[in-house]
Design a protein around this ligand. Structure first.
Ligand SMILES: Nc1ncnc2c1ncn2[C@@H]1O[C@H](COP(=O)(O)OP(=O)(O)O)[C@@H](O)[C@H]1O
Ligand SMILES: [Mg+2]
Length: 260
């Protein structure tokens, strides 16, 4: 059975102040297998965030439905862990308290919670920073905390919307390796939105390219590069060939956006 099934999901937003409605997404069909790492590429405004928010249950679809483990998604739930581009930690909670947030909501006893939090603090390399406040952390450390917070609930699927988009290149590369390393060891089903082609290839088992708005799936490319992946892979001939192909796909769509 598919882990996630997106069936004919479209979205049209009502016009602002009597203006024309905005068709953000054409009907999308996408079947995601368990432990797939899917990256979604597409020009700005093509509906990537809208699609992810519909899967998260934060936004309703106009048509179609989303099934997670065969159950229709109607609202947010602990079976879906979200990480956004902008830092969304609770500023009044420490690193450890942020990571513990969902566990606490679920009523996990403190002792067990402390153990789970410690293991995720270690997993994302934040040992020694448990009692820091978000504002005392760099952007990369904040995103590591956000990833740990999402993973600590042991979600069925991880939904990431340009999670490294605000980071400098160096940090971004390190974060890619960190998240990929976690995925290689723990296995998770992941939907990861990015506009960075190299990032999309490096992370994915499958890259989905969306067209300019209204977004639909333009191409669906299996990435058979071996694991574990190391950043030096980015200079290999196989990687370059994939990059050339996807760059062309995106360029055509970005030009359509620019002309619209
Ligand atoms: N809440 C909303 N109300 C009206 N229009 C929206 C809303 N959210 C998104 N849109 C529009 O839908 C389109 C897709 O947006 P979005 O999903 O954010 O694209 P992306 O993440 O690919 O850049 C854009 O034209 C955007 O302006
Ligand atoms: Mg977006």
């Amino acid at each position: 059975m598919n882990k996630l099934l997106i069936e004919g999901v479209s979205r049209t937003f009502a016009g602002v102040r009597g203006g024309q409605p905005v068709k953000a997404l054409m009907p999308i069909d996408l079947a995601v297998a368990a432990n797939d790492f899917i990256t979604i590429l597409g020009p700005s405004g093509c509906g990537k965030s809208t699609l992810l928010r519909i899967v998260a249950g934060l936004e309703a679809s106009s048509e179609g439905r989303v099934l997670l483990d065969g159950k229709a998604v109607t609202r947010p739930g602990p079976d879906r862990g979200m990480v956004f581009q902008s830092y969304t930690l609770f500023p009044w909670l420490t690193v450890a308290q942020n990571i513990a947030f969902g566990l606490r909501e679920r009523g996990m006893p403190e002792k067990e919670r402390d153990g789970v939090v410690a293991s995720y603090v270690n997993l994302v390399g934040l040992k020694g920073f448990e009692n820091h406040w978000p504002k005392q952390l760099s952007g990369g450390m904040q995103q590591r905390t956000a990833i740990a917070r999402a993973l600590a609930n042991d979600p069925e699927i991880l939904l990431l919307d340009e999670p490294f988009g605000a980071l400098d290149n160096q940090t971004r590369g390190l974060m890619q390796e960190l998240l990929l390393g976690i995925w290689e060891r723990r296995q998770k089903t992941v939907l990861f939105v990015t506009h960075d082609i190299e990032e999309a290839i490096f992370m994915a088992s499958r890259v989905i390219v969306m067209t300019a708005r209204p977004g639909r799936i333009k191409s669906d490319v299996a990435i058979d590069l071996p694991h574990p992946r190391h950043y030096t892979l980015k200079t290999s001939p196989e990687f370059s060939a994939l990059k050339a192909r996807l760059t062309e796909d995106i360029r055509v769509e970005a030009m359509r956006t620019a002309q619209a």
